[in-house]
Design a protein around this ligand. Structure first.
Ligand code: URP
Ligand code: ZN
Ligand code: ZN
Length: 463
C-alpha cells in the first residue's frame, strides 16, 4: 500500500496498550499499523524514534470567542485552536451559549459561524442552555440530531446563566430520552451570591475574595444535587471543572452505587492553589475563575481521583482574559473580574508531567484521560481517541523526556500572562498531525486556519 505519511520507529500508546510500531496514513486516516512498514511506501516519513505515538488530545471544555463578564474571551477559533495544536490537542468541544429568549439553534448557528474558516483543528459543540421553558425542551432533540449531543447547565450565576432545579430536572429527563449528556456547572449559586454580597458590604473587594466566597461545600452540595436530579431522571451526568475533594467524594459515592456519573478536573486545580493569590496588588485576578482555587491539599486528592477513575477526564476550561484591560475590569470589585483562565496549550504536558513522571498513573491512563475517554463520553470514538486502522490520523509524536518551562513569553495563546508561568514540564509534543496533515513541527505551526472540520457527534453510549 502507498501511504501519504509514515510514522516510523515510535512506541504506540493507547488507553490499553503500549507497543513498538510503525503507523501508515492515507487520505487523512490511519491505514496500517505494523511492526515495520517500508519507508519507500510513503511520500513523507516522520521518525518517532524515542517518542510515543499518541492519539491526538481531546479538550472537551473550551470557551473561544465567548462573550462573558462584560468582555469577550481573548482567543478566537484561530488563535485558540493553533495554541491547542501546539500542545498536542487535535479536537476540541467548545460551548455555544443560548442567550435568554433565543432558540438553542441560534446559539449553535452563532458558534458555527465563529469557528468557520478559523479553526485549525477539528471541533464540536456543547450547547449551554440558559432559558428552558417547556416549549423549548424539544429543541434539545433537534440539536442532538445535528450532532450537538451534550448540554451544559449552570447551578451558579443566578440571573445570568443559572437554571432552577425544575428546569434542570426537565432537561435531564429529556436527555434520558434523546441520548444527550448533561454537563453540570455544580456550585450553589444562590448561597454563593449571599456570601458575595456580605463580603462586598464588609469592603472585601480584592481578587482573593472571589475564592473565599465560593466554599467547597457549595460545590459539593451542588454536585450531590446534580447527581440526585440525574438519578431521578434516569440520565447520565458529567460534572465539569471539579475542583475539590468534597465534590469528588460525591462523584465517588455515586459511581460506587453504579450510577453513570462522571467528572472532569482541569490542570489549574492540579497545579495551583489559593496560595496563588499571595501576589502583589491586583495580580491575583489572573487566578480568578470558577470554581475557584482551593487549599493545596486538594491537589493530591484530585490526582488520586484521576488515578483511580473517580475522575475520568482532564479538560482545560480554557477561558482566557488578558490581565490588561480585561481582568482589570474588576479593579476595586472582584465580582467584576471576568471569570476564566488560559490553559488550552499545556494540558497534555502538565498531565503527563505530573501524572506519568510523577508516578501517579501509567502512560495508558494518561491517554485515557486526555483523549480516549473524552472521545467515548462525547460521541467521537473510535473516529477520535484511538490509534486504530480507520480512525482519523490525529496523532501526536510525543517526546516523553523533553523539558520545557511554561511562560507567556513563549506560549501561543492570545493572552498576556500564563497561569502556569515558570512551571517546568517534562514531556512535550514534537510533531502533531490533524487528519494526516502535519500541523505542528518541532514548535512551528505548519497547519492552516480553517482546515478544522465540524464534528457531528453521536449520542451518549457510556464508557
Ligand atoms: O471561570 C470560568 N470557569 N469561566 C468559564 C465559564 C465556566 O463556568 O466554565
Ligand atoms: Zn462552568
Ligand atoms: Zn467553562
Amino acid at each position: 500500500m502507498q501511504f501519504d505519511t509514515l510514522i516510523q520507529g515510535g512506541t504506540v500508546v493507547t488507553a490499553a496498550d503500549t507497543y513498538k510500531s510503525d503507523v501508515g496514513i492515507k487520505d487523512g486516516r490511519i491505514a496500517a499499523i505494523a511492526a515495520s512498514l517500508p519507508a519507500d511506501s510513503a511520500r513523507q516519513v516522520l521518525s518517532a524514534a524515542g517518542c510515543y505515538v499518541l492519539p491526538g488530545g481531546i479538550d472537551v471544555h473550551t470557551h473561544l470567542d465567548m462573550p462573558f463578564g462584560g468582555t469577550v474571551s481573548a482567543d478566537d477559533f484561530e488563535s485558540g485552536t493553533i495554541a491547542a495544536a501546539h500542545g498536542g490537542t487535535t479536537t476540541l468541544i467548545d460551548f455555544a451559549i443560548q442567550g435568554k429568549g433565543q432558540t438553542l439553534r441560534h446559539a449553535f448557528d452563532t458558534w458555527m459561524a465563529k469557528a468557520d474558516r478559523k479553526a485549525a483543528i477539528d471541533y464540536a459543540f456543547h450547547c449551554i442552555a440558559t432559558d428552558l421553558p417547556d416549549a423549548r425542551l424539544e429543541e434539545m432533540d433537534d440539536l442532538v440530531r445535528e450532532g450537538v449531543s451534550s448540554f451544559k447547565l449552570f447551578m451558579a450565576y443566578p440571573g445570568v446563566l443559572m437554571l432552577d432545579d425544575a428546569s434542570i430536572f426537565k432537561a435531564m429527563s429529556r436527555a434520558a430520552k434523546n441520548g444527550a449528556l448533561i454537563c453540570m456547572h455544580a456550585e450553589n449559586g444562590s448561597a454563593i451570591d449571599v456570601i458575595v454580597q456580605r463580603a462586598l458590604a464588609e469592603g472585601k473587594t480584592a481578587p482573593k475574595y472571589h475564592a473565599l466566597t465560593r466554599p467547597t461545600t457549595a460545590e459539593a452540595e451542588a454536585t450531590s444535587r446534580a447527581i440526585a436530579l440525574a438519578e431521578m431522571a434516569g440520565a447520565p451526568v458529567y460534572i465539569v471543572h471539579l475542583s475539590c475533594n468534597e465534590a469528588l467524594e460525591k462523584v465517588r459515592e455515586a459511581r460506587d452505587r453504579g450510577l453513570p456519573a462522571y467528572a472532569e478536573t482541569c490542570p489549574q486545580y492540579l497545579y495551583l492553589s489559593i496560595e496563588n493569590f499571595d501576589v502583589p496588588g491586583f495580580e491575583g485576578a489572573k487566578y480568578v475563575f470558577t470554581p475557584p482555587l482551593r487549599e493545596k491539599w486538594h491537589q493530591e486528592k484530585l490526582w488520586q481521583g484521576l488515578a483511580s477513575d473517580h475522575l475520568q477526564v482532564v479538560s482545560t476550561d480554557h477561558c482566557p482574559f488578558c490581565y490588561k484591560e480585561q481582568k482589570e475590569l474588576g479593579k476595586g470589585d472582584f465580582t467584576k473580574i471576568p471569570n476564566g483562565g488560559p490553559g488550552i496549550e499545556h494540558r497534555m504536558s502538565l498531565v503527563f508531567s505530573g501524572g506519568v513522571h510523577g508516578k501517579r498513573f501509567s502512560v495508558n491512563r494518561f491517554v485515557e484521560l486526555v483523549s480516549t475517554t473524552p472521545a467515548k463520553l462525547f460521541g467521537l470514538y473510535p473516529r477520535k481517541g484511538a490509534i486504530a486502522v480507520g480512525a482519523d490520523a490525529d496523532i501526536v509524536i510525543f517526546d516523553p523526556e523533553k523539558e520545557e518551562t511554561i511562560s507567556a513569553a513563549s506560549h501561543h495563546m492570545r493572552v498576556d500572562y500564563s497561569m502556569f508561568e515558570g512551571i517546568k514540564v517534562k514531556g512535550v509534543p514534537r510533531q502533531v498531525l490533524s487528519a494526516g496533515r502535519l500541523i505542528v513541527d518541532k514548535g512551528k505551526f505548519t497547519g492552516k486556519a480553517g482546515s478544522g472540520r465540524f464534528l457531528k457527534r453521536n449520542t451518549y453510549s457510556g464508557v
